[in-house]
Design a protein around this ligand. Sequence first.
Ligand SMILES: Cc1ncc(COP(=O)(O)O)c(C=O)c1O
Length: 385
Amino acid sequence: MKNRPRIYLDYSATTPIAQPVLNAMLPFFKDEFGNPSSIHIFGQKAEGALENARNTIASFLNCRSDELIFTSGGTESDNLALRGVALARRKNFGANHILISPVEHHAVSKTAQQLAKIFGFELELLEVDSYGLVSPENLRQKIRHDTALVSIIYANNEIGSINPIPECAKICREFSVPFHSDAVQATAYLPLNVNILNVDLLSIGAHKFYGPKGIGALYVKQHTPILPMQTGGGQEWGIRSGTPNIPYIVGLAEAIKFVENYQNEWIEHLQRLRDELISYVLENIPDSQLTGHPTLRLPNHASFVFDGVDSQKLLMLLDLEGFACSSGSACKTGNPLPSDVLLAMGYSPKLALSSLRVTLGKDTTQEQIERFLTSLEKIIAKIRS
Ligand SMILES: Cc1ncc(COP(=O)(O)O)c(C=O)c1O
């Protein structure tokens, strides 16, 4: 594998920064270095860049610019949404019940678990079907008038399935319960108009769509009760204090423009490659199963389980052949744990430890997929023998 270029097929983990995004950020590290809170011209320029970025993102989400809070990424957005709203709703209304899906990213599930363990909230999980999808009917059965908030992931990072967010949001609205959705994986490919989604809170993070790591945003609908998780100088309407990270905020906005300009092109290209990849695997690799929904899934996302194949071994052998992919299992000191998501969908721990996630990006080519499939087939046969 010495002379062949490496092939990156892990775009759901992160994406390389796009050149126009980097170009837009660079001046704000040096020449345009002001603090937006300062009164002088340096501050005014930074303040102008901050507001332009805010307006770009607000227009993409179809929200007001004062409904956006810049954060350090998807994790912080999820943490702020859950902890901030749960604590405010308890303080204001005595609400003590939290409802989330069992297939959330850890940024949501671990935060909800902490709220239950340390702060005494009652945490309840919705049910999911074998595709990892929640059902609005199940939400209707479980939501209560004392529910502090509901959080349901828009598009799943491990299995790519897309949840019925507007239908769930409608039920939450009937009960006047704030509804949060983690849209970190959805931003590049799915409609993000918050009025159509009907959500109260929505998390995004730039590095999943060709922006920089360490920057994200939380949409918070006007009048949603939320307690600041970071107090200080009162930036971001007092909800998230701290000098704003202007170069990265500019990068986030530029990455959003990139999505707006190219999203349709990407979807068409990726869906075709993804479908070819999935069909090939299911037809040619024995005892393989697609995880997640066959059609209600992210256009760049393919995920499988391969009976009798250890996913850590598979990932290592793929890496040796030059292919970068991932699996859903968390590896702790060489002892991998099966993914909570696959377990919640009904997979056995053994099968859940045989998972593979292949996620494509704007620069993925047909030739790369063909080479990948040839190697995958061989490696799986080798592991099984
Ligand atoms: C669905 C989802 N939520 C949250 C996160 C965390 O985002 P960040 O890496 O920006 O903290 C990720 C990252 O993988 C994700 O896929």
